[in-house]
Design a protein around this ligand. Structure first.
Ligand SMILES: [Zn+2]
Length: 74
């Protein structure tokens, strides 16, 4: 797992990172990623590589960060 995921802010369930990888030689390039709850399926926005590569931000990290931040509110 990449980074630490806080439990779901709505139901307390386990969260998981869902990532689509660019399917070439390696699967090192995540092109789309979001975090969702495995119980109630609450989820973050989907972060895509093309929107974040200019800053060098990994979409997986963006999704995890968004999930963890939302945990403190709502
Ligand atoms: Zn939940």
């Amino acid at each position: 797992m990449s980074g630490e995921l806080k439990p779901c802010p709505f139901c307390g369930g386990d969260a998981e990172v869902r990532t689509t990888y660019y399917e070439l030689k390696t699967k090192d390039v995540p092109i789309n990623s979001y975090v969702r709850c495995t119980k109630c399926f609450a989820q973050t926005y989907e972060f895509s590589y093309k929107n974040t590569d200019r800053t060098g931000t990994n979409p997986v990290e963006s999704a995890v960060d968004a999930w963890n931040k939302r945990n403190g509110r709502n």
